[in-house]
Ligand binder design. Sequence first.
Ligand code: PMP
Length: 305
Amino acid sequence: MVEKAKYIWLDGKFIPWAEAQVHIMTHTLHYGLGVFEGIRAYRCQDGRTAIFRLREHIRRLFDSAHVMQIDIPFSRSLIEEVCCDLLRRNGQASAYLRPLVFVGEGVMGLHPQNNPIRVALISWVWGTYLGEEGLKKGIRAKISSFSRHHVNVMMTKAKTTANYVNSILAKREATALGYDEALLLDIDGYVAEASGENIFIVSDGVLRTPPITSVLSGITRASILTMAQDLGIPVKEEIFSRDELYLANEAFLTGTAAEVTPIREVDGRVIGPGKPGPITLKLQTAFFDVVLGQDPRYRDWLTYI
Ligand code: PMP
């Protein structure tokens, strides 16, 4: 259960959590046209709270809306400010922030031209997404029988609510079979991403991740690519098949919710030694140093509230 916070910001106002209700005729509830973000704020080592890559997340929110032809009736800077303000008002030192843009009530059907565009900002305390143990020892993943969206079927660069039905189908299938997470292949059969994370593998010392053609352009992914390059780790953005994944020395997932989570097994094949490998551990440690404000090189990735 999500732990209730004091306030939610809805359509320009802070209102009590329990009052943030919508009507059943809300268009997005019926047809799934909406865009959202997931952002984390961390309580840093010095006791202050910082939001990780807030600007990039809000930019992606507006980019998603652009792709989906939704005009957000607020400016990017206002949304950024409200994210900080919401955490302060909710007294949350570390939390997950969820901006959600959705189509309100008006006409029904598939052409909601003048329905109001509504914006909510929600924050709640959310622990490790794939479990503390998963973060430390690695998770078990399963290649899904569901493919990732084809780029001309859904807009994979847009973090749109409707895209996540595909993720839910995959996640349900994997967890029902006793796995922690689902990995989806693209329509050509190459490894794309997990249900809510990007994927990396290490093969012979090279860090590899699929190009963003059919996957979400993850902000954690981009951060890990920069940090790896700065650490002198060779990096390649290239497609790879599931057997290359089975044969990888290391594998891990990246995402705002999942952070940097090692993969120890895929489809019953142990990955490398079956525990987080050296490059994974190095990047995971570097990631937590950055988000906790311990690495001055990446200071401008943090917005202190
Ligand atoms: N892929 C999908 C499908 C996701 O939902 C997410 C989470 N937003 C990611 C990748 C990782 O993106 P980010 O690092 O920006 O959270």
